[in-house]
Design a protein around this ligand. Structure first.
Ligand code: 7TS
Length: 415
């Protein structure tokens, strides 16, 4: 696809889109690759691959340091990427965009820097469907007497919203919640949760790792205080991610890591912090990664997030309709394409999740199996593991058909 060639709301030409992703035409085990592990990481279009290559060939230099031409160009491109991110999620200002390594680092930053302000008896409200990266950083705060509470999950894979009313107390200082579950695909009503949190005087962090590739994000409308995401789950490079936070909230927080770039002045025993967003970006950043992320955003904008969501709903409807054909299959999560994205965790009766993943691999199908870094959710589901097929807009119904055939083979082998 040539950038700029898909007007919004036009039918997306999937085969043209697929031709932008070199890896999608690879063969695996002699079979055409069916890549259904997009929740772990998406693939990259040539536009992103070329942008990184071009940066190292033509512009490579450190940012915010030199007055020489290359350093100025690198800084310009790096800051343009920040502006691009700000526009993509409708942040008020690029100062609210902090480049980090990914969602994990973004949440650790908040748990550390905002966590420093918490005291014994304060509480953090999470949910049973969180990825470990939205649990473990908060557990570090238990050392100083901060307690954790968990909102439950209904049998249909939705959040027990009433728990937000029951569990929020005056001591609850932050609510942290996945926008989309990496296991169930559930889209959580984060606008509503933000309202409840703010009414009760708490801040809210939204883990957008799994929502940013699928749905259009407006942080002002959502009214979240923090929004975290990873470049590699939205067609961008690994090792780059974003913490969005309201400027007023960031102003009140201390830096996460010490080092260069975050300071205005260093004395022997203390330092003065730099302005936003640099106060939170210690050391040389992932410059090529940020530039690559900016190009991934350009790519998503050209296709249009509403087109991506529409294609995703179509894939969800087709998968939910056809997967039961396999027989003896339990599919977790909401049954309605409005309430979920195209991420399907499932178990076949009498076959271990790892065996399923390993057999379909023989047929060129890449899926993940295990606890998906969500052990509390596995316990809630009453299973040690699931297999997970996570699709993206470049996947097709034909690939779902191939996947179903490979699942039938897995059943044959074990029954
Ligand atoms: N939050 C959610 C909801 C996630 O799904 C993931 C990664 C993370 C945070 C962490 O993101 P990272 O980029 O910092 O690693 N989820 C998965 C997954 O489901 N399979 O592999 C990684």
């Amino acid at each position: 696809m040539h950038m700029g060639s898909v007007p919004r709301n036009m039918q997306l030409d999937i085969s043209q889109m697929r031709s932008d992703f070199p890896i999608l035409s690879k063969k695996i085990n002699g079979k055409p690759l069916v890549y259904f592990d997009n929740a772990a990481t998406t693939q990259r279009p040539v536009q992103v691959i070329q942008a990184i290559d071009r940066f190292y060939r033509e512009t490579n230099s450190n940012v915010h340091r030199g007055v020489h031409e290359l350093s100025e160009r690198a800084t310009e491109q790096f800051e343009a990427a920040r502006e691009n991110v700000a526009k993509f999620i409708n942040a008020k200002s690029p100062n609210e965009i902090i480049f980090v390594r990914g969602t994990t680092e973004a949440i650790n930053l908040v748990a550390y820097s905002y966590g420093k302000k918490l005291r014994r008896g304060n509480r953090v409200l999470l949910s049973l469907m969180e990825h470990h990266s939205n649990i473990v950083p908060w557990q570090f705060l238990r050392e100083k007497g901060v307690e954790l509470d968990y909102v439950g999950v209904n049998d249909d894979g939705t959040l027990k919203l009433e728990d937000y009313y029951g569990l929020m107390t005056k001591q609850t200082k932050i609510v942290s919640i996945a926008h989309v579950s990496n296991v169930l695909g559930t889209i959580n009503p984060v606008e509503e949760i933000a309202k409840i949190a703010h009414e009760k005087g708490s801040l809210i962090l939204v883990d957008g790792a799994q929502s940013i590739p699928h749905v259009s994000i407006d942080v002002q409308e959502m009214d979240c205080d923090f929004f975290a995401f990873s470049g590699h789950k939205m067609l961008g490079p690994t090792g780059i991610g974003v913490l969005y936070a309201k400027e007023s909230v960031l102003e009140q927080m201390d830096p996460f890591m010490g080092g260069g770039s975050i300071i205005k002045e260093v004395q022997l025993n203390e330092s003065k912090w730099n302005d936003l967003p640099y106060k939170f970006e210690a050391g040389t950043p992932n410059i090529a990664g940020a530039i690559g992320l900016g190009v991934a955003i350009d790519y998503l904008n050209v296709i249009g997030m509403e087109n991506i969501r529409r294609v995703g709903k179509g894939l969800t409807e087709y998968a939910l309709e056809t997967l039961p054909e396999v027989g003896d299959i339990e599919i977790y999560g909401p049954k309605n394409s409005e309430d979920r994205v195209e991420v399907f965790s499932f178990n076949l009766a009498k076959v271990h999740a790892h065996d399923v993943a390993s057999i379909v691999n023989d047929y060129g199908v890449a899926i993940r199996s295990g606890h998906h870094c969500a052990q509390p959710l596995m316990r809630r589901l009453g299973v040690p593991a699931t297999s997970r097929a996570s699709l993206y807009a470049y996947n097709t119904k034909e690939e779902i058909d191939l996947f179903i055939q490979s699942l039938k083979k897995a059943k044959e082998v074990f029954n």
